[in-house]
Design a protein. Structure first.
Length: 281
């Protein structure tokens, strides 16, 4: 059993390991020699951004031509050439082990992932697809990225279910009157995005006095419905005048512009279905 690359010249294959050795602005894909219902682990090396998942013989191709069901990048789900779900799970990179469980009985495909032994849940739950058998596949685009695959004992999907744990820190997705997404970008620095009708975002840093200072606030430009216009204005005002971001027990408190908002951990987006996968539609 071994990897087969896409012929782009961007990958080096050695048995169970495939590594990116190409140049910038390029991409390399590889597909495993066997698939179908089963469980595997991907040991990841190099920077974050690798994608792991499944493809099929008639869907495998070079570059963005490969179609499949993938998890990776910044923690998104992809169909090989387009976004399916953003922020589905955590990013992964050097030293992480991503587990994958594929069930493909008849016209149903269920694909679940774990990270370092902790279940992330079902990523894809596809009904009504009767294509070819799926096999493990990977995609990468930076020198140093690599994946070593190993087949593991077939386990039930229960072992991959997401088990809620207390949220640590302020990072992650939160839900209040609007959705809040926080990503740490450095020591005392965060990227904060509020989603109402538009996504309103800024970078924030912690000053010497402990207060936050926000950078320029940017927004997408969709026209909000009348009932959301006021809420969007309030969210913008909070980010423009941001002063504090902190945990209080299981909640997150955001203060700015003389206003205070309280958030609780947001539920995950759940599995993607067939209608979300462009090449299946």
């Amino acid at each position: 059993m071994a990897w087969r690359d896409d012929g782009s010249g961007n990958l080096t294959v050695s048995g169970a390991k495939v590594s990116f050795t190409g140049s910038g602005n390029s991409k390399g894909n590889a597909i495993w020699s066997q698939g179908g219902t089963g469980s595997w682990e991907f040991k990841v090396t190099g920077s974050s951004g690798t994608w792991v998942g499944v493809s099929a013989e008639d869907k495998f191709a070079a570059g963005w031509g490969m179609k499949g069901l993938f998890y990776g990048g910044p923690g998104n789900l992809s169909d090989g050439s387009s976004l399916v779900t953003s922020r589905w799970g955590p990013k992964f990179g050097d030293g992480d082990v991503i587990g994958m469980r594929l069930e493909q009985p008849g016209e149903k495909t269920v694909l679940a992932f774990s990270k370092n032994g902790s279940g992330l849940g079902v990523a894809f739950d596809i009904s009504g697809y009767s294509g070819m058998e799926f096999r493990p596949a990977v995609s990468m685009d930076e020198v140093g990225q690599g994946v070593t695959i190993s087949e593991t004992a077939t386990s039930s999907l229960d072992a991959f279910q997401l088990v809620p744990t207390p949220r640590q820190g302020v990072e992650g997705d939160w839900q209040g009157r609007f959705k809040l997404m926080i990503e740490k970008t450095g020591e005392g620095a965060w990227h904060i995005a509020a989603e109402v009708a538009n996504i309103i975002s800024c970078d924030a840093t912690q000053g010497a006095d402990g207060n936050l200072v926000s950078g320029p606030v940017m927004s997408t430009r969709m026209m909000p419905s009348p009932e959301l216009q006021q809420l969007e204005s309030e969210a913008t005002s909070i980010l423009e005048g941001l002063t504090s971001l902190r945990r209080e027990g299981e909640t997150l408190v955001l203060e700015g512009g003389g206003k205070k908002e309280i958030f609780t951990p947001a539920a995950g987006p759940g599995p993607a279905t067939k209608d979300r996968v462009n090449w299946m539609c």
